[in-house]
Design a binder for this molecule. Structure first.
Ligand code: MN
Length: 206
Protein backbone atom coordinates (compact mmCIF):
# COMPACT_ATOMS: atom_id res chain seq x y z
CA UNK A 1 0.00 0.00 0.00
CA UNK A 2 1.51 3.33 -0.96
CA UNK A 3 1.51 6.03 1.69
CA UNK A 4 -1.59 8.19 1.77
CA UNK A 5 -1.85 11.72 3.04
CA UNK A 6 -5.12 12.39 4.84
CA UNK A 7 -7.33 15.40 5.38
CA UNK A 8 -6.89 16.43 9.01
CA UNK A 9 -9.70 18.53 10.50
CA UNK A 10 -9.03 22.17 11.21
CA UNK A 11 -7.84 22.79 14.79
CA UNK A 12 -10.87 25.12 15.25
CA UNK A 13 -14.38 25.51 13.86
CA UNK A 14 -14.94 26.92 10.36
CA UNK A 15 -16.49 30.05 11.88
CA UNK A 16 -13.83 30.49 14.57
CA UNK A 17 -11.90 33.15 12.66
CA UNK A 18 -14.89 35.41 11.99
CA UNK A 19 -15.26 38.26 11.35
CA UNK A 20 -11.77 38.29 9.82
CA UNK A 21 -12.11 35.14 7.73
CA UNK A 22 -15.64 33.87 7.12
CA UNK A 23 -16.86 30.33 7.77
CA UNK A 24 -17.86 29.61 4.17
CA UNK A 25 -14.41 30.54 2.88
CA UNK A 26 -12.74 28.36 5.51
CA UNK A 27 -15.00 25.43 4.71
CA UNK A 28 -14.48 25.55 0.94
CA UNK A 29 -10.77 26.29 1.35
CA UNK A 30 -10.21 23.34 3.68
CA UNK A 31 -12.73 20.77 2.48
CA UNK A 32 -12.43 21.41 -1.28
CA UNK A 33 -9.20 23.17 -2.25
CA UNK A 34 -6.94 21.60 0.39
CA UNK A 35 -8.48 18.16 -0.10
CA UNK A 36 -7.88 18.52 -3.84
CA UNK A 37 -4.13 18.99 -3.29
CA UNK A 38 -4.01 15.99 -0.95
CA UNK A 39 -5.88 13.76 -3.39
CA UNK A 40 -3.65 14.74 -6.30
CA UNK A 41 -0.51 14.23 -4.21
CA UNK A 42 -1.77 10.74 -3.33
CA UNK A 43 -2.34 10.06 -7.03
CA UNK A 44 1.27 10.98 -7.77
CA UNK A 45 2.50 8.70 -4.96
CA UNK A 46 0.34 5.87 -6.31
CA UNK A 47 2.24 6.20 -9.60
CA UNK A 48 5.62 6.11 -7.85
CA UNK A 49 5.35 4.68 -4.33
CA UNK A 50 8.96 5.66 -3.59
CA UNK A 51 7.67 9.23 -3.27
CA UNK A 52 5.82 8.10 -0.17
CA UNK A 53 8.95 6.74 1.50
CA UNK A 54 10.33 10.17 2.35
CA UNK A 55 8.74 13.02 4.24
CA UNK A 56 6.84 15.68 2.36
CA UNK A 57 9.45 18.15 3.54
CA UNK A 58 12.23 16.08 1.94
CA UNK A 59 10.25 15.74 -1.29
CA UNK A 60 9.86 19.51 -1.57
CA UNK A 61 13.48 20.18 -0.64
CA UNK A 62 14.63 17.79 -3.39
CA UNK A 63 12.21 18.22 -6.30
CA UNK A 64 15.10 17.51 -8.68
CA UNK A 65 15.09 13.91 -7.42
CA UNK A 66 11.45 13.44 -8.46
CA UNK A 67 10.99 11.99 -11.96
CA UNK A 68 10.28 14.61 -14.61
CA UNK A 69 6.91 13.04 -15.26
CA UNK A 70 5.70 13.59 -11.69
CA UNK A 71 7.73 16.65 -10.70
CA UNK A 72 5.06 19.21 -11.58
CA UNK A 73 2.38 17.21 -9.74
CA UNK A 74 4.55 16.93 -6.62
CA UNK A 75 5.57 20.58 -6.76
CA UNK A 76 1.96 21.81 -7.06
CA UNK A 77 0.15 19.29 -4.87
CA UNK A 78 2.91 18.44 -2.43
CA UNK A 79 3.36 22.18 -2.01
CA UNK A 80 -0.40 22.67 -1.67
CA UNK A 81 -0.55 19.97 0.98
CA UNK A 82 2.45 21.22 2.97
CA UNK A 83 1.66 24.93 2.71
CA UNK A 84 -1.94 24.60 3.82
CA UNK A 85 -1.15 22.18 6.65
CA UNK A 86 1.15 24.89 8.01
CA UNK A 87 -1.26 27.73 7.25
CA UNK A 88 -4.25 26.34 9.22
CA UNK A 89 -2.12 26.13 12.35
CA UNK A 90 -0.77 29.66 11.88
CA UNK A 91 -4.23 30.99 12.68
CA UNK A 92 -6.46 30.78 15.75
CA UNK A 93 -9.46 32.55 17.22
CA UNK A 94 -8.41 35.44 19.48
CA UNK A 95 -5.01 35.46 17.81
CA UNK A 96 -3.06 38.47 16.64
CA UNK A 97 -1.05 40.89 18.68
CA UNK A 98 2.70 40.65 18.54
CA UNK A 99 5.10 37.71 18.56
CA UNK A 100 7.01 36.76 21.68
CA UNK A 101 9.98 34.67 22.60
CA UNK A 102 13.01 34.03 20.44
CA UNK A 103 11.19 34.65 17.18
CA UNK A 104 10.19 38.14 18.35
CA UNK A 105 13.85 38.90 19.11
CA UNK A 106 14.88 37.58 15.70
CA UNK A 107 12.23 39.68 13.93
CA UNK A 108 13.46 42.81 15.72
CA UNK A 109 17.06 41.94 14.92
CA UNK A 110 16.40 41.45 11.19
CA UNK A 111 13.68 44.04 10.57
CA UNK A 112 14.29 46.63 13.34
CA UNK A 113 10.69 46.70 14.54
CA UNK A 114 7.63 44.46 14.37
CA UNK A 115 5.82 47.22 12.43
CA UNK A 116 8.58 47.32 9.86
CA UNK A 117 8.41 43.55 9.50
CA UNK A 118 4.64 43.82 8.97
CA UNK A 119 5.10 46.48 6.29
CA UNK A 120 7.61 44.34 4.40
CA UNK A 121 5.49 41.20 4.72
CA UNK A 122 2.36 43.11 3.62
CA UNK A 123 4.22 44.39 0.58
CA UNK A 124 5.31 40.85 -0.36
CA UNK A 125 1.70 39.64 0.01
CA UNK A 126 0.17 42.55 -1.92
CA UNK A 127 2.61 42.50 -4.82
CA UNK A 128 2.61 38.75 -5.48
CA UNK A 129 0.99 38.81 -8.91
CA UNK A 130 -1.78 36.23 -9.32
CA UNK A 131 -1.92 33.20 -7.05
CA UNK A 132 0.71 32.52 -4.44
CA UNK A 133 1.97 33.00 -0.92
CA UNK A 134 3.95 35.44 1.21
CA UNK A 135 6.43 33.89 3.61
CA UNK A 136 8.75 34.42 6.53
CA UNK A 137 11.46 31.77 6.42
CA UNK A 138 14.72 30.81 8.07
CA UNK A 139 17.70 30.71 5.69
CA UNK A 140 20.50 28.11 6.05
CA UNK A 141 22.64 30.70 7.90
CA UNK A 142 19.85 31.20 10.46
CA UNK A 143 18.75 34.60 9.18
CA UNK A 144 15.11 35.50 8.52
CA UNK A 145 13.90 36.18 4.98
CA UNK A 146 10.61 37.56 3.66
CA UNK A 147 9.77 36.17 0.23
CA UNK A 148 6.77 35.34 -1.89
CA UNK A 149 6.17 32.35 -4.13
CA UNK A 150 3.90 31.70 -7.10
CA UNK A 151 1.19 29.04 -7.15
CA UNK A 152 1.88 26.42 -4.45
CA UNK A 153 5.65 26.70 -4.62
CA UNK A 154 7.13 26.13 -1.18
CA UNK A 155 10.15 27.96 0.27
CA UNK A 156 11.60 24.50 1.08
CA UNK A 157 12.32 24.14 -2.65
CA UNK A 158 14.42 27.33 -2.44
CA UNK A 159 16.47 26.08 0.52
CA UNK A 160 14.45 28.14 2.99
CA UNK A 161 12.48 26.79 5.96
CA UNK A 162 9.11 28.57 6.17
CA UNK A 163 7.87 29.46 9.67
CA UNK A 164 5.01 31.82 8.77
CA UNK A 165 3.02 32.36 5.61
CA UNK A 166 -0.10 33.84 4.09
CA UNK A 167 -2.14 32.29 1.29
CA UNK A 168 -2.99 35.06 -1.17
CA UNK A 169 -4.82 32.91 -3.71
CA UNK A 170 -8.24 34.43 -4.44
CA UNK A 171 -9.83 31.24 -3.05
CA UNK A 172 -8.54 32.34 0.38
CA UNK A 173 -10.47 35.61 0.44
CA UNK A 174 -12.68 36.27 -2.59
CA UNK A 175 -16.08 35.46 -1.03
CA UNK A 176 -15.66 38.09 1.69
CA UNK A 177 -13.16 40.54 0.23
CA UNK A 178 -13.60 40.12 -3.56
CA UNK A 179 -10.71 42.01 -5.18
CA UNK A 180 -9.63 43.73 -1.94
CA UNK A 181 -6.59 41.63 -1.13
CA UNK A 182 -5.09 44.35 1.12
CA UNK A 183 -8.18 44.19 3.38
CA UNK A 184 -7.75 40.43 3.74
CA UNK A 185 -4.06 40.86 4.56
CA UNK A 186 -4.94 43.46 7.20
CA UNK A 187 -7.58 41.13 8.69
CA UNK A 188 -5.16 38.17 8.80
CA UNK A 189 -2.98 39.88 11.42
CA UNK A 190 -5.92 39.61 13.87
CA UNK A 191 -5.93 35.81 13.76
CA UNK A 192 -2.21 34.99 13.74
CA UNK A 193 -1.19 32.24 16.15
CA UNK A 194 2.20 33.53 17.32
CA UNK A 195 2.75 30.50 19.57
CA UNK A 196 2.84 28.38 16.42
CA UNK A 197 5.27 30.75 14.69
CA UNK A 198 7.53 30.59 17.73
CA UNK A 199 7.38 26.77 17.66
CA UNK A 200 8.14 26.73 13.91
CA UNK A 201 11.11 29.04 14.46
CA UNK A 202 12.51 26.89 17.25
CA UNK A 203 12.09 23.76 15.09
CA UNK A 204 13.74 25.43 12.10
CA UNK A 205 16.87 26.15 14.15
CA UNK A 206 17.21 22.54 15.33
MN1 MN B 1 -5.23 27.99 -0.43
Amino acid sequence: MPKEYKLEPLPYAFNALEPYIDARTMEIHHDKHYLGYINKLNKAIAQDPKLGEVSLEDLLRNLDKVSEKLRRAVRDNGGGTYNHAMFWKLMKPDGGGEPHGKVAEAIKKHFDTFENFQDLFNAAAKTRFGSGWAWLSVAPDGSLKITSTANQDCPLSEDLTPIFGLDVWEHAYYLKYQNRRPDYIFAFWHVVNWDEVEKNYDDALK
